[in-house]
Design a protein around this ligand. Structure first.
Ligand code: MG
Length: 149
């Protein structure tokens, strides 16, 4: 399955909303962002199960910057869609939704926003909503994927 992850408040914290992997001072200096504890293991596990992992964010970070941060934590993803690309594609298809994963062939999207959950019902795509404070977020994703797949 093609699975996409949101970044902000899903994998990258807004403040101290969840525990993060350790990051060196130098990495911080070079703009490597913090990442949610368990992210590397989860993504590797999903990839080992044959899933393709992608990033789908409505932030304007460059793809290069996102790739660099992920690489620091040993994460390789297939495709990165940022807001610049998202807007362009959704506009060209006349889709009035903040996100629409099927436009990028993503079968399942993981996000923190309830609004995306509402959009998923309106526009008929599959989503798993995980709250930033959810300590069992990995379990929720693994079980959610089983139910979809
Ligand atoms: Mg988010």
């Amino acid at each position: 399955m093609n699975i996409s992850f949101d970044l902000d408040s899903t994998l990258i914290p807004n403040g101290t909303e969840f525990e993060t992997e350790s990051r060196s001072g130098i990495a911080k200096l070079f703009g490597i962002e913090e990442i949610r504890k368990g992210t590397s293991e989860l993504i590797l596990d999903l990839q080992n199960k044959g899933h393709k992992i992608h990033i789908y964010t409505t932030s304007f970070r460059s793809k290069r910057k996102i790739r660099r941060t992920l690489k620091y934590y040993g994460i390789k993803v297939n495709r990165i869609v940022n807001e610049k690309e998202n807007r362009k594609i959704l506009k060209s298809r006349n889709i009035n939704s903040s996100k629409f994963p099927p436009a990028f062939d993503f079968d399942l999207h993981i996000d923190d926003l309830k609004g995306v959950g509402i959009e998923s019902e309106r526009f008929n795509f599959k989503v798993i909503i995980v709250e930033p404070t959810d300590k069992n977020w990995i379990e929720k994703i693994i079980n959610g994927i089983k139910n979809v797949g």
